[in-house]
Design a protein around this ligand. Structure first.
Ligand SMILES: [Zn+2]
Length: 346
């Protein structure tokens, strides 16, 4: 038996009517990092890769064939610039965007890069896959709003205010000695720019004070593209009930991550544990504010039922088993995120 089959024994059979429901839904994944590993390893995402075997940074769980199999027709692609060097972040982001655009120029028949909700809706209605680009962290702005303008003009549609480090705009979730509280003046300027230019503000990775100020400052719905919740697993990267309410107050959505470490329970979590986090968001804020933000291909350890994005129906099955109605499932899988896109990505 090949090594990568070890997980198969954990994969529940999904009833046909649940698969039919899954196939009938538009499915938005608010954060996938596949272009990062394409940049590092030069993988070919036009072909079906092998299912994920075990933890390693270079895993490859998403490509076009498996997006199709998993029914994920609206992937949001992270544009990732590691924030640990001292400089050059803006140029690195531009190079990353070169790669993403080059790929789409060569393979425009397989996926469409969308900049508006209308374009995304049109792509989905035609049976296509429509991608949205998000910049993970404001460090590539390097304190210059002009850089944000350039990146937005190159297709960035959501901005995560921080990644692993604090930057000129906001403080990240791990910063032991923050230089300021909440947002800086520049951070407020960034949020205002996003509001004026129809860019979504994403609060994943962001410290609670910066998060709450950004949610209060923006006039648009915000997203948390990939996160767990502290009400189920209390840890630094997950968000509190107050943060969940703050997102809901904007009309925004919370993409529940598929990373075992954030979901908690066991070293390799179960899909049921993912559903616990969704349940908690729904309990605190209502069913209109839960979404999917897998973080696949972002060095995560997905639940044991999921070898790759082709296993997305496992999430639908978990929700149905929790008693969610068809309407609620449709919202969580994509309807809620699309509602926010409709409001902001105009
Ligand atoms: Zn991330």
């Amino acid at each position: 038996m090949p090594l990568y089959d070890w997980k198969l024994k954990f994969k529940p059979q999904i009833p046909e009517d649940v698969l039919a429901l899954h196939r009938a839904c538009d499915i938005v994944d608010l954060h996938i990092d596949t272009f990062m590993i394409m940049k590092v390893r030069g993988i070919d995402i036009t072909r079906r890769g092998k299912p994920v075997t075990f933890m390693n940074m270079a895993r490859h769980a998403v490509d076009v064939p498996r997006l199709r199999e998993g029914g994920v027709n609206a992937p949001c692609w992270g544009v990732v610039v590691f924030p640990f060097r001292r400089s050059g972040f803006f140029n690195q982001a531009m190079k990353y965007l070169d790669l993403v655009h080059r790929w789409h120029e060569e393979h425009g028949d397989l996926m469409t890069l969308c900049t508006t909700a209308a374009q995304l809706r049109e792509t989905l209605a035609a049976g296509g896959i429509g991608g949205i680009l998000g910049l993970e962290g404001a460090h590539p702005l390097m304190g210059d709003i002009g850089n944000l303008e350039t990146l937005v003009n190159r297709g960035i549609r959501y901005l995560t205010l921080t990644h692993f480090t604090s930057n000129e705009a906001a403080i990240c979730a791990t910063d032991p000695s923050p230089r300021f509280t909440g947002l800086s003046d520049f951070g407020r300027e960034v949020v205002e720019y996003c509001d004026e230019h129809n860019v979504l503000v994403d609060l994943a990775h962001v410290s609670e004070p910066s998060f709450l100020e950004a949610a209060a400052h923006t006039r648009n719905p915000v997203i948390v593209s990939h996160t767990g919740v502290r009400g189920v697993k209390d840890m630094w990267r997950n968000i509190s009930d107050q943060q969940i309410r703050a997102v809901a107050d904007t009309g925004g959505v919370i993409g529940v991550i598929l990373h075992s470490n954030f979901l908690g329970g066991e070293r390799v979590a179960s899909v049921s544990r993912w559903a616990d986090h969704v349940d908690h968001v729904v309990k605190i804020a209502g069913v209109d504010h839960a979404a999917i933000g897998s973080d696949l291909d972002g060095a995560i350890v997905p639940p044991r039922e999921m070898q790759d994005i082709a296993d997305m129906p496992q999430l639908t099955w978990a929700l149905v088993q929790r008693g969610y109605s068809e309407d609620a499932v449709r919202k969580i899988l994509g309807g809620n995120a699309l509602r926010v896109f409709d409001r902001v990505l105009v």
